[in-house]
Write a protein that binds this ligand. Sequence first.
Ligand SMILES: [Zn+2]
Length: 262
Amino acid sequence: MIFKLRKKFKKLLIYVVFVLVFLKAFQVILLPKTLPADSEDELPERFLYKEFDYGDYKTVKLLHTDTGEIEELPLDIYLYGVVSAEMPVDFEMEALKAQAIVARTYTIYQIANNKKHENVGADICDSSLCCQAWISKDNRMARWDEKLREDNWIKIENSVNSTIGKVILYEGQPIRAFFHSNSGGMTEASRYVWGGDFHYLQAVETSGEEAYSSYQSELRLSKDELIVKMKENFSDFNINFDEENWIQILENTETSRKSKSN
Ligand SMILES: [Zn+2]
């Protein structure tokens, strides 16, 4: 009798564990945007990702730089084109989701604060050199392997859809969310790169980047090429290659990046 009960109890236990595992998997699949409660508790309040009322930012007037046309798109639909232009689709899902949140924050900040394209009635343009990159679904799909197109696009849509309503706030306002692919182990304070000294854009360590394919790079230039490149940015640039130590570092930023040389 006891043996039978134990056997039944064992079966019941296996069944309960199975149901719990199933429910957990089901919740992860259906509710990917829910953050675990304890991870929110550990973050200082000003850095929390919160559901954000899009308010005036529900649509984006996008300037197409090649044609000069302006297209009005719902914010999150616009973000499909940004995420797929700014990050390779084969990156991890969590990286794509982070990209979606940063791009959403950057977009809202631009609409609210940057009136660069106001004269033509646009909020933002599609150039990475000016605002942030954007590509249409058709153009993006055409550049992917035909067999992967559908799955790739679903992955992009999921990265945006699973983060709907999430923006990065500082003291209740969307931050100026600059982004880049790699910072060589440490970010730089914004005042040395973009100008503007923001409390939330200070130098921080970014460990774990070593595995990234573009972590290190090397550029070889002839003396003539060096002169041309330097004169593009500094018209009064002058150098004498006959001098000893004709190039040397004079000053570093706090994160050891070269800020001045002669
Ligand atoms: Zn622009």
